[in-house]
Design a protein around this ligand. Structure first.
Ligand code: UT7
Length: 331
C-alpha cells in the first residue's frame, strides 16, 4: 500500500451457519450419487441448509453482529456495509440495506457487490480503499449465501457441492500491519461457465423460464475446475510478489472452500504443509461468497491464527473472477 494511506486491518470477524445438516447419505436418497463419489471427488461430507423462512440477510445479520461484537464497536459507528452475495433476499433493494436496518447501523451507507465466490475478497478491497483514504473509519464486509434456493434438486453435479451460511469482517484503521496487498482479476469470456440464466433483464421470470429450470445455477464443472486449479496459486503469488514476499512467507492460507482437489493444487503450487491451510469444506461444502469469511472466522476463533501471522485469503468464482489478499494479522 502507498505510504500516505492509512493502514487498514480486519478488527473483528463473525460467522453463522444454519443448524440443519445435509449429509452425503441424505443426498444418496435424492439423486444417483454416493458418499464415496462425493468425498473422493470433492472432499465434502456434509453441508448446511437454511430453513425455508430464512434468507441471506437473516444469516448475514447474525454473522455481522458477531463481527461487530468482536471488534468492540457499536453498530452506529459503521460507515459502510458491503454485502457480497449471489443469493440476495431480492434483486433490489440490496441485501446490504436490509442488513443495515436489522443491525440498526443507521449511519452506514450500504450496497451489494456481485463477484460470486470471489465477492468477499472484492468486498475487502473496496472497503480498504475507503478506510485507507480516510473517507470512512469502519466498514463491514459480509459474505452471505442461501445457495440451496438456486440449486436444482435433481442436478447431482451441483446439489452435492453447495451449502448455506454467512461470514463477516469489520475493517478499520490500524497502527501497523493489516491488509498489505490484493490481486484481483476477471475474465468475462467465462460468463457461461457458471451462471443463473433467468430472473434478470435478459431472461425475465416467466412461466416458461420456471418450467425450463432457468432460475437454477448452471455450471460447467470441469472447465471451472481447470481454471480454479491454475488461478488459486497464480493470484496468491501475484499478491505476495507485489509486496516482495514469496510463498515461504505464508503462515496461513485461507482458500475458497470449493473442492479439496482444487485446494490441494493451490497448496502444492504454494509449497505449503497441510498444517498451514484452513479447510472446512468437509463440513459446509461451497458457500460461495460466505466460504472465505466463515473459514477466516473459524480460524481466528479456533486460535489457528495469531498476531503477526502472514495470512493469504484466496478465491475464484463465477464471472469468471478471482482474487487474493495478503494480511499481516493484527490480533
Ligand atoms: O465456487 C466455484 C464453484 N465451482 C466449483 O468449484 C466447481 C469446480 N468443479 C468441480 O469441483 C468438479 O468438476 C465437480 C466436483 C463438479 C465434478 O467432478 P469431476 O471429477 O470434474 O467429474 P466430472 O464432471 O468429470 O464427471 C465425472 C462423472 C460423470 O459421469 P460420466 O459422464 O463419466 O459417466 C458425471 O456424470 O461423474 C458423474 N457425476 C457424478 N457421479 C456421482 C457427476 N456428479 C456426480 C455425483 N455422483 N454427484
Amino acid at each position: 500500500m502507498n505510504s500516505n494511506l492509512i493502514p487498514v486491518g480486519i478488527i473483528g470477524t463473525g460467522s453463522y451457519v444454519p443448524e440443519q445438516i445435509i449429509t452425503n447419505k441424505d443426498l444418496e436418497k435424492i439423486v444417483d450419487t454416493s458418499d464415496e463419489w462425493i468425498v473422493t471427488r470433492t472432499g465434502i461430507s456434509e453441508r448446511r441448509k437454511a430453513e425455508s423462512h430464512i434468507a441471506s440477510s437473516d444469516m448475514g445479520v447474525i454473522a455481522a453482529q458477531r463481527a461487530i461484537e468482536a471488534a468492540g464497536i457499536k453498530a452506529t459507528e459503521i460507515d459502510l456495509i458491503i454485502v457480497a452475495t449471489i443469493t440476495p433476499d431480492m434483486l433490489f433493494p440490496s441485501t446490504a440495506c436490509i442488513i443495515q436496518d436489522k443491525l440498526g447501523a443507521t449511519n452506514a451507507a450500504a450496497f451489494d457487490l456481485s463477484a460470486a465466490c470471489t465477492g468477499f475478497i472484492y468486498g475487502l478491497s473496496v472497503a480498504a480503499q475507503y478506510i485507507a483514504t480516510g473517507m470512512y473509519k469502519y466498514v463491514l464486509v459480509i459474505g452471505t449465501e442461501t445457495l440451496s434456493r438456486i440449486i436444482h434438486p435433481a442436478d447431482r453435479s451441483t446439489l452435492i457441492l453447495f451449502g448455506d451460511g454467512a461470514g463477516a469482517a469489520l475493517l478499520g484503521p490500524v497502527k501497523e500491519g493489516g491488509i498489505l496487498s490484493f490481486d484481483l482479476g476477471a475474465d468475462g469470456s467465462g460468463t457461461m461457465l457458471l451462471y443463473q440464466e433467468a430472473g434478470g433483464s435478459r431472461v425475465p421470470a416467466s412461466l416458461e423460464s420456471v418450467q425450463q429450470g432457468k432460475h437454477y445455477l448452471t455450471m460447467m464443472g470441469n472447465d471451472v475446475f481447470k481454471f480454479a486449479v491454475r488461478i488459486m496459486g497464480e493470484t496468491s503469488l501475484k499478491a505476495l510478489n507485489k509486496i516482495g514476499l514469496t510463498c515461504a512467507d505464508i503462515d496461513f492460507l485461507i482458500p475458497h472452500q470449493a473442492n479439496i482437489r482444487i485446494v490441494d493444487a493451490a497448496v502444492k503450487r504454494l509449497q505449503l504443509p497441510p498444517s498451514k491451510v484452513y479447510i472446512n469444506l468437509d463440513k459446509y461444502g461451497n458457500m460461495s461468497g460466505a466460504s472465505i469469511p466463515v473459514a477466516l472466522d473459524e480460524a481466528v476463533r479456533g486460535k489457528k491464527i495469531k498476531k503477526g501471522d502472514m495470512i493469504v485469503l484466496v478465491g475464484f468464482g463465477a464471472g469468471l473472477t478471482w482474487g487474493s489478499c495478503v494480511l499481516d494479522w493484527i490480533y
